[in-house]
Design a protein around this ligand. Structure first.
Ligand SMILES: *Cc1c(COP(=O)(O)O)cnc(C)c1O
Length: 367
């Protein structure tokens, strides 16, 4: 990685590019689509081929390096980032621990491909990570809050226990972003993120990243990208650069909106169980207060049955019925339709940046 990260300040990444420009340079970064670069004589570390480096990725990786306070590589999707982290750390006979209630595709990747290479894959619910018992695990993957159940684990205690047992930790920080939670500062070895979600924020790109302060890990991650060819497209990278410039404002508004909505939803007679780590009565509240700087923008709750939940999601004019989350428009879906182990009336709501009172009025009417 190229730059030494500046001390973390929410606004520091915003002016990163602008502060380094030569006279006449464009303020917004150009999109470089070149596969070939001018390369007379001996290679000397300049850009030389589009699978190895790209100036537009570079602009985004600089922003992410400041946000994560760690060297970072960009990948074409969250799953490409997760694949890089797992293939860089797992080998034959590795024992890998995964959350049984985390992002579904991570488990599919491990079961379908890592297991057949001789990796032993073990699953455990997020809420049970606090029981310890990490002896014999080489790689422990965690996701807190879990998706879609929003359970949490003590990240610092888990990272410390895994390290004491000789293993390394990978945290999927997609749901809270580096502005809401900083797993590397809590002792985790590797952070992965789907930047398709709140980081990009406009539901118009797929990307992901891997960050780590461990040089050997980042060398393996960089080699994985170069050799596997799992490289981001320059146009998506450019969109992410633009999205990140408004991340702080969007994330702040989304979290505020979610806090306001969760408190009111929890009181609503049509809402059965509700999970939002920001509510004092939520089982994850104390952990969230201790390790997160924001409570996030995801709320999960259960309505009477499938038909009620479908009607709510489809009829509320300010909610987009859609899978995925983290966009500027509020969206929701019934997770049971994908086979998640949740109630048929279980709704995951991703709160957007709409004015809070308009959003609540629309939700209340739809309920
Ligand atoms: C969406 C998501 C992913 C996968 O990201 P893609 O960009 O869709 O590949 C991984 N982890 C979590 C928690 C996610 O929400």
């Amino acid at each position: 990685m190229t730059d030494t990260p500046k001390p973390f300040a929410p606004g520091a990444f915003l002016h990163l590019r602008a502060n380094q420009l030569a006279k006449g340079a464009p303020i917004a970064p150009p999109i470089t689509t070149a596969s070939m670069f001018h390369l007379p004589g001996q290679p000397d570390g300049s850009d030389f081929y589009g699978r190895a480096t790209n100036p537009t990725w570079n602009d985004v990786e600089k922003q992410l390096t400041v946000l994560e306070q760690a060297p970072t590589r960009l990948f074409p999707s969250g799953m490409a980032a997760i694949s890089a982290a797992l293939f860089a750390t797992c080998r034959s006979k590795t024992r890998l621990l995964l959350p049984s209630d985390g992002y579904y595709t991570t488990r599919l990747l491990a079961d379908r491909f890592l297991a057949q290479l001789g990796v032993t894959v073990v699953e455990r619910p997020t809420a049970a990570f606090e029981d310890g018992g990490f002896d014999g695990f080489d790689v422990v993957f965690l996701e807190s809050p879990s998706n879609p159940g929003l359970d949490m684990m003590d990240i610092a205690a888990t990272a410390q226990a895994v390290r004491a047992a000789g293993g390394i930790t990978i945290a999927d920080n997609t749901t809270l972003t580096p502005l809401g939670q900083r797993p590397l500062d809590l002792g985790v070895d590797i952070v992965v993120s789907s930047d398709t979600k709140a980081m990009g924020g406009h539901s118009d790109l797929l990307l992901g990243h891997v960050s780590s302060r461990n040089d050997d890990v980042m060398e393996a991650i960089t080699d994985w990208r170069l050799y596997s060819g799992a490289i981001p497209g320059p146009h998506a990278a450019w969109l992410l650069h633009r999205g990140l410039e408004t991340l702080e404002v969007r994330f702040d508004r989304m979290c505020h909106n979610a806090e306001a909505l969760a408190a009111r939803l929890a009181e609503h007679p049509s809402v059965q169980t509700l999970r939002f780590p920001g509510l004092p009565q939520d089982p994850a509240h104390n952990l969230a207060r201790a390790q997160c700087s924001r409570f996030g923008f995801l709320i999960s709750f259960t309505l009477a049955d499938e038909a009620t939940a479908e009607a709510f999601i489809n009829d509320c004019p300010l909610i987009r019925p859609a899978t995925s989350f983290g966009g500027v428009h509020s969206s929701a879906e019934r997770r049971a339709r994908w086979g998640d182990a949740v109630d048929p009336g279980f709704v995951r709501l991703s709160v957007g940046i709409e004015p809070a009172e308009e959003l609540w009025a629309a939700i209340e009417a739809a309920l």
